[in-house]
Design a protein around this ligand. Structure first.
Ligand code: IVH
Length: 690
């Protein structure tokens, strides 16, 4: 009897997958929606009568996930690098020349080795083929399949670590929960597929219309709508959003062999994931350029947003030969289309002081809608530019938004001048905030007063921010008050704050003040890389901070590092090395770091290693409910610091469920699976039993 049921269930699943492929991948449905729904209903009926036969890859299991409080991070095995961009045809041709040059040099070494005088006899590099694809303006994601079954997926994040959004991705119908291709000899047992989640223009408009009717805020553009939908904490809501996928490459794979990009695209299609149909293979850069240009004017024919074309070398062997820089592979470039522009008027110019003291002129504009958002400010970069372009207050200008970058003033509409425009904008001679003298450095005006309040505020805001020391509840409004009242001058002073300093502030209160003090205290134990990032050294973001932390192990060693030692690291170039050395040799910095040391802030990675617990290391944890005294993030940090893993949903692979007050349905799931459940006290005991 059971055998019959299993067969029936499997048959229905296979038929549904087949029709999914026809509908989503090939765009050629063979049956009516009604008939498809009947298949799904029948499968659903059978599965609810025989729940023991439900498998995670069943088409009914797309919307099974429960809401999460936040996403677990997922480290990318192969970084999700970005692509070099260009807007110019000449640069695209230069890309082709560069590749040919590199491959010729490579061949030269191979053939003549140490005898460069024979170079002229070397044959030119093999013929290069390019694949040209649309650059989809959506959200990059990566999908892992194990033995053909979708197991997890994540966003790109910072390229090295993204958010695990598996439960949300399961709701995207373009993503097969199981590969359509049944010839398992052709499927690598573990394979990662990368692509772009997007929202079709039409669906985006409908979604926004519905949101308007419901009095909900509208999304700025289809990309924001896709990103927002993918990051919803409730997968049931994501399931209702019209998200689609175009897959474009493999990441990591085991025991498979592909020799060209085209072959990869064909395999991806066979597996049942949609590949954008407009890709083309060319042998010359002229053909590449003309194909790219042909789409610029036709892109509004498409029902999805493209912001350019991506040009990739076809041969995977050549990908290996060409390699990557730290940011992007050398075998790919994107030819971007010019972004949208709109005219508006400059009403005033204000000067903003950044965290490293750069004074930037900012145009205050009559607000205008641009690429879905309202633009009311635009950076004018520097004062020379105002002079050079003769920008005047009252001018009509054209502003442009390129991707996520701050809007730029690209053109002055001289023909709209009335004569009433204020001719000159007075270039500041002193810092508008601290009133001390300023220095000109190339085209930039700089305030080097280490005590400048504007800089101090920005540095402290940055120090406390999520990617740095992550001090919850310590935002700009509180920091501004503390600096204005001279209670703190720099970020090290945060650690001397007392209850009496915080409680009287606006938007504070007794409870918030206590919570904030608690959060400040906890931040002392952050990993060294968080601190290095928080110091606000120019050019040192989250990734570089991780590299420095791993390499030097303690802040003292990093402070003692010479220019040459820093340059040994492949991620640190000449300029950054100098910036780091200069930063640490500054007497103000030394003073602030002494204060951090005195406050007991963690300055080394060793602590983390010493803390590694055999009970936690390598174990998988899921958290549900609230644990008095800890935020969700703090528990996660404790586990991660002890080399454990945190997931969002309970599965057979979960070792422990930490159940706090008012646990959710994860507790039931854990009980069903027989997963060990820990109370808050049991969890604390586990941490302490090292
Ligand atoms: S290939 C290392 N192909 O563009 C190369 N990317 O600016 C991997 N994108 O993060 C990317 N369409 O999200 C590739 N056909 C396409 C693409 C594409 C859109 C996105 C992708 C990437 C970003 C880089």
């Amino acid at each position: 009897m059971n055998k019959n049921v299993i067969e029936k269930i499997e048959d229905l699943r296979a038929r549904i997958r087949y029709h999914d492929g026809k509908y989503y991948v090939e765009n050629m449905p063979e049956i009516a929606d009604y008939d498809y729904d009947q298949l799904m209903k029948e499968l659903g009926r059978l599965e609810s009568s025989y729940p023991q036969f439900i498998t995670p890859d069943s088409p009914t299991q797309r919307v099974g996930g429960e809401p999460v409080s936040e996403f677990a991070p997922l480290e990318h095995r192969i970084p999700m690098l970005s692509i070099e961009n260009t807007y110019s045809e000449d640069e695209l041709r230069e890309f082709d020349k560069r590749i040919r040059r590199m491959l010729k040099n490579d061949r030269l070494n191979e053939v003549v080795g140490q005898a460069p005088d024979q170079a002229d006899n070397v044959e030119p590099a093999d013929e290069i083929e390019y694949v040209v694809e649309h650059k989809i303006d959506g959200v990059a994601i990566t999908l892992w399949y194990e033995n053909g079954v979708f197991t997890r997926g994540a966003t790109r994040g910072n390229g090295f670590r993204g958010d695990d959004v598996t439960t949300n991705l399961r709701t995207v119908k373009d993503i097969p929960l199981k590969f359509l291709c049944t010839d398992y000899s052709k499927i690598p047992p573990v394979i990662e597929i990368r692509g772009e989640i997007y929202m079709p223009n039409k669906d985006f408009e409908i979604l926004n219309l519905r949101r308007e009717e419901a009095g909900e805020p509208q999304f700025a553009n289809p990309r924001n709508a896709a990103a927002g939908s993918l990051k919803l904490l409730n997968p049931q809501t994501t399931a209702k959003r019209p998200l689609r996928l175009f897959a474009y490459s493999f990441g990591h794979y085991e025991a498979g062999k592909f020799t060209s990009h085209i072959e990869c695209l064909e395999a991806i299609e066979k597996f049942g994931l949609p590949v954008n149909p407009h890709y083309k293979l060319y042998k010359t850069i002229d053909e590449v350029v003309s194909y790219c240009n042909s789409w610029e004017s036709r892109r509004d024919e498409l029902d999805y947003q493209v912001d350019g074309m991506v040009i990739k070398v076809n041969s995977l062997e050549l990908h290996d030969k060409l390699g990557s820089t730290s940011k992007a592979p050398r075998w790919v470039i994107s030819y971007k289309y010019h972004p949208e522009e709109i005219p508006t008027k400059i009403e005033a110019i204000k000067v903003q002081v950044g965290k490293t003291g750069t004074l930037t002129p900012v145009a205050q504009l009559i607000p205008v809608p641009l690429s879905g958002t309202t633009v009311s400010k635009a950076s004018l970069h520097n004062f020379d530019e105002i002079e050079r372009k003769d920008i005047r207050i009252g001018d009509y200008v054209v502003v442009q938004k390129a991707g996520e970058i701050i809007p730029q003033v690209v053109k002055i509409l001289h023909e709209r001048r009335t004569g009433n425009e204020v001719v000159r904008f007075d270039v500041p001679e002193i810092c508008p905030v601290c009133k001390s003298g300023i220095t000109k450095e190339k085209v930039y005006l700089k305030c080097y007063n280490p005590l400048c309040v504007a800089q101090a505020k920005r540095r402290i805001i940055y120090f406390a921010s999520r990617n740095a020391m992550d001090i919850e509840g310590f935002g700009p409004a509180i920091i501004e008050q503390l600096v204005d009242k001279k209670i703190i001058e720099d970020y090290a002073d945060i650690y001397s704050l007392k209850f009496e300093d915080l409680e009287p502030l606006e938007r504070m209160g007794e409870k918030s003040a206590r919570n904030l003090l608690d959060a400040i205290g906890k931040s002392k134990d952050r990993d060294l890389h968080c601190l290095i990032c928080a110091l606000g050294i120019r050019n040192i973001g989250t990734h570089a901070a991780e590299v420095l932390s791993k390499h030097f192990g303690t802040l003292d060693k990093l402070m003692d590092a010479s220019n040459d030692k820093l340059k040994e690291l492949s991620e640190i170039g000449e300029i950054t090395a100098k910036v780091v050395v200069d930063f640490f040799s500054n007497s103000h910095t030394k003073n602030v770091i002494d204060k951090l040391k005195a406050a007991g802030v963690n300055l080394s990675t060793i602590r983390k290693e010493a803390k590694t617990s055999s009970h936690i290391a390598g174990k998988s944890f899921v958290i549900t409910g609230t644990l008095n005294g800890y935020s969700r993030k703090e528990i996660e940090d404790i586990i991660k610091n002890l080399d454990g893993r945190v997931s969002s949903a309970v599965s057979g692979k979960t070792d422990f469920l930490i159940a706090g007050e008012s646990p959710g349905s994860k507790l039931e799931a854990a009980q069903k699976l027989g997963t060990t459940t820990l109370s808050k006290v049991e969890f604390e005991n586990l941490i302490n039993e090292t």
